[in-house]
Ligand binder design. Structure first.
Ligand SMILES: [Zn+2]
Length: 98
């Protein structure tokens, strides 16, 4: 499996799920990028909503799981290297069962 290009994956994530604001590259932060899994943090300048997004490259192509986050940008330093607990585990299960 070749390494995912974070810039390419950003095309998957273009709009804020809350207000439809079109993200700029500067609103998107790559938190983690390893083992074919990219974790992105998106911060919407319009509604101030933040979204965590996990993009996975599997044998079925690229799958993305996003969740509304209440993490503010400053907290990113604290969560780095730690296990992030996702509400969207169910969605992940569905993906892996396929
Ligand atoms: Zn927004």
């Amino acid at each position: 499996m070749s390494k995912l290009d974070p810039m390419a994956s950003m095309q998957v994530v273009t709009k804020c799920p809350m207000c439809d604001f079109k993200y700029d590259k500067s609103n998107i932060k790559v938190v983690d990028n390893k083992d074919g899994m990219i974790t992105l943090y998106l911060n919407c300048p319009k509604c101030k909503g933040s979204v965590m997004m996990v993009i996975m490259a599997g044998s079925f192509g690229i799958t993305s799981v996003s969740m509304i986050s209440d993490i503010i940008e400053d907290d990113l330093n604290n969560i780095e290297g730690n296990q992030i607990e996702y509400d969207d585990v169910l969605e992940m299960h569905k993906f892996f069962k396929k």
